[in-house]
Write a protein that binds this ligand. Structure first.
Ligand code: ZN
Length: 292
C-alpha cells in the first residue's frame, strides 16, 4: 500500500496544498465496478479529489460528495468521502469505450458530457449544503477549479490524473489541490502559476518515480513549506450493512413490500458503491412486513 495524502502549509500561511497518491484505491474501484479505462479515469480522478476534500473537512462526521450529472455515455458519477478520506463511488455505466481524444488521452470529457456538477457537503445539519456549477470541461480537475472560483471564492489549482494500462489495471493515480489563502500576495499567486505551468502531468511525475513529497515541493518551489508529519491514508471503503439495506427496504412501505413478496417471492439488493449483494428470502420479507 502506497496510497497517502500529504498536506502542507507555507510558513507564512498564505498557501495550503494537498497531494495524493490514490493508485491502490482507484485500482480497487476499477475491480469493484469493472470500469473500462475512460470510466476508470473519470471515477478515479473524482475519488482522488473527494479524498483530498474529505480530509479538508473540519467535523469528524462531515461527508462530501462530488456528483457529475452529464449527458455523456457514462451517465452520472458520484464520489463520496468522509473526513478520514474513506471514499466510495459509483457510475451509471462503467462499460464505455471511446476513441482517444486529439491529445491521444482517455476522452474523459466526452464520457462525462455536458450537464451539472454538484458538490454536496453533509455537515450533519438538517439539510446538506449543495453547491452547483455547469460542467465547463468534463475533465474533472478543471470543473473543480471552476467550482472553487465561483462557489467558494477560493483561488484553487487542481491537478488530477489516472494512468491505465492496456489490460485495464491502474498504473498510477494521484492529484493535488493547491489553495491561496486570503493573505496571499499577488506575487505568490504568479509564482505558483509559473510553477504549475511548467509542471508535467501528475501521472508523468508519478511514472518518473517522484514521491508525493517530491511533487509537493515541485509545485511549491520557491516557498518554505511545512509538511504535516502524519499523512492521511485514503481507502476505498463502503459502510453498507444488512441493517442499512433493511432500513431502505422498510422505507418503501408495507404495500410495496407486499407486492414485492407476491410478485418475486424474494428480493436481492446490490449496494451501488461496493457491489455487495443482500438477499432477502420469502421468510425475511414476511418478517419485515410483520414488523411494520
Ligand atoms: Zn456497499
Amino acid at each position: 500500500m502506497s496510497d497517502k495524502i500529504l498536506r502542507a502549509n507555507s510558513f507564512d500561511g498564505s498557501i495550503r496544498i494537498f497531494v495524493a497518491d490514490t493508485t491502490d484505491l482507484v485500482q480497487k474501484a476499477h475491480e469493484i465496478h469493472d470500469t473500462y479505462p475512460v470510466v476508470t479515469a473519470a471515477l478515479g480522478r473524482s475519488l482522488t479529489a473527494a479524498a483530498m476534500m474529505g480530509c479538508m473537512q473540519k467535523g469528524q462526521e462531515d461527508m462530501i460528495s462530488l456528483q457529475f450529472k452529464g449527458d455523456g455515455p457514462m451517465g452520472s458519477l458520484c464520489a463520496v468521502s468522509d473526513s478520514s478520506s474513506h471514499v466510495k463511488g459509483y457510475i451509471t455505466n462503467p462499460h464505455v469505450n471511446l476513441a482517444p481524444n486529439n491529445k491521444n488521452k482517455l476522452d474523459v470529457k466526452r464520457a462525462v458530457g455536458e450537464g451539472t456538477f454538484f458538490v454536496v457537503r453533509d455537515l450533519g445539519l438538517k439539510e446538506p449544503y449543495v453547491g452547483q456549477v455547469p460542467i465547463i470541461s468534463g475533465e474533472i480537475a478543471e470543473d473543480l477549479t471552476y467550482y472553487y472560483a465561483t462557489s467558494e471564492q477560493t483561488p484553487t489549482s487542481v491537478g488530477l490524473g489516472v494512468l491505465v494500462d492496456t489490460d485495464g489495471h491502474v498504473i498510477c493515480s494521484g492529484g493535488f489541490i493547491l489553495q491561496l489563502m486570503p493573505e496571499a500576495t499577488e506575487e505568490t499567486g504568479s509564482l505558483l502559476e509559473k510553477n504549475i505551468a511548467a509542471l508535467p502531468s501528475i501521472t508523468q511525475m508519478m511514472s518518473d518515480g517522484l514521491s508525493t513529497e517530491d511533487i509537493l515541493l515541485k509545485i511549491t518551489d520557491g516557498f518554505s513549506m511545512l509538511i504535516q508529519n502524519e499523512p492521511t491514508i485514503p481507502l476505498y471503503a463502503c459502510n453498507c450493512s444488512r441493517e442499512r439495506v433493511e432500513a431502505a427496504l422498510i422505507s418503501i412501505g408495507k404495500k410495496e413490500l407486499k407486492s414485492l413478496l407476491d410478485e418475486d417471492g424474494r428480493a436481492e439488493l446490490t449496494c451501488p458503491y461496493c457491489d455487495q449483494k443482500y438477499m432477502f428470502e420469502k421468510e425475511d420479507l414476511e418478517a419485515l412486513i410483520a414488523s411494520l
